[in-house]
Unconditional design. Structure first.
Length: 311
């Protein structure tokens, strides 16, 4: 019996870790993409929250899971475009604009939820999961790692794709130049403003997709302020990863495990106050910052607006 409980606990922990990590990984990859080009996107939390509502509302209205995720991605990209307008093209303070977007998104999504659903909290049908033949039959690990919605696997593979872009493409070189030496990029005839704007929009789209995954696939429900600081954890994760997407994957799984402990302990029959468990991700963030924060290196032009001809 004890062995069975241990396996059940481990399976619940691993499953929860993967599902909880995907929104963090997607949002952190988007933030890393933006930071690499020299734009600090503090509005990730708001973009995730907006994506979560857009994805949930679209799916509930009959758009299906893929339609909901597409709506979440588009909503995040729209807010990214707004930030690109204010911060990249108009040169406004990136931190102030990011905070304003987050506060605005929190208020608007809460208002829309109240207007559409009042005090009810409708739920979506559980997202279909696909089992990988052979691998899904592995004890404990099979159901935890190889029996998910396809977007989950795409999220786990995304860091490898971003790593290839950074290392083996002109886009990766242009992004690095926009963040380190925008004047040199400008001298080659490649637009710094266009490069940075595109990076912020992609970053917003990834954050929106992360929020959409959280509402549509992970929980099947939207609750105002449901991201609960996940966007800020994603920002820390992107900074600590130092332009290494595979480090985002490892860090996302670490923080995802902290988020998944609550469910796993409940499945295992262990009674620990929920408030204590909910503190774990933030305790982990502080511990990681103390241990590794001093080694984090940001692009030299991060947060600095660029105007053509300046040095």
């Amino acid at each position: 019996m004890q062995s069975l409980l241990s396996q059940t606990f481990l399976a619940a922990l691993l499953t929860g870790t993967v599902v909880s990590a995907i929104p963090l990984i997607l949002a952190a990859l988007g933030e890393q993409f933006s930071e690499r080009a020299g734009v600090l996107n503090i509005g990730v939390e708001g973009m995730m929250l907006s994506g979560a509502y857009a994805g949930f509302a679209t799916t509930l209205a009959g758009g299906g899971i893929w339609g909901g995720l597409l709506a979440a991605l588009a909503c995040g990209a729209g807010l990214g475009a707004l930030m690109a307008l204010f911060c990249v093209r108009m040169g406004m303070n990136q931190i102030i604009v990011g905070i304003a977007l987050t506060l605005g998104a929190a208020g608007v999504t809460a208002l829309l939820h109240h207007a559409h659903f009042a005090r009810t909290y409708p739920r979506l049908d559980a997202a279909p999961r696909i089992a990988i033949p052979g691998l899904s039959g592995i004890p404990v690990l099979g159901q935890a790692l190889f029996h998910h919605h396809p977007v989950t696997w795409l999220g786990l593979l995304a860091p490898a794709l971003f790593a290839l872009i950074y290392r083996n493409s002109f886009l990766g070189l242009n992004l690095a130049a926009a963040g380190e030496r925008p004047d040199a990029l400008d001298a080659t005839g490649i637009g710094v403003v266009a490069t940075r704007s595109a990076a912020v929009i992609v970053g917003g789209a990834m954050a929106g997709l992360g929020g959409g995954y959280m509402a549509v696939i992970a929980s099947g429900i939207f609750v105002p302020h449901m991201t609960g600081g996940a966007g800020y954890i994603a920002i820390v994760l992107a900074m600590l990863a130092r332009s290494r997407p595979l480090s985002v994957l490892g860090g996302g799984l670490l923080f995802g495990m902290c988020l998944a402990v609550t469910t796993a302990l409940q499945v295992g029959g262990i009674a620990i106050p929920t408030d204590v468990i909910q503190m774990l991700p933030f305790v982990a963030v502080m511990a990681v910052l103390v241990l590794f924060g001093r080694h984090a290196r940001m692009p030299s032009a991060l947060g600095q607006p660029y105007r053509r001809g300046q040095r």
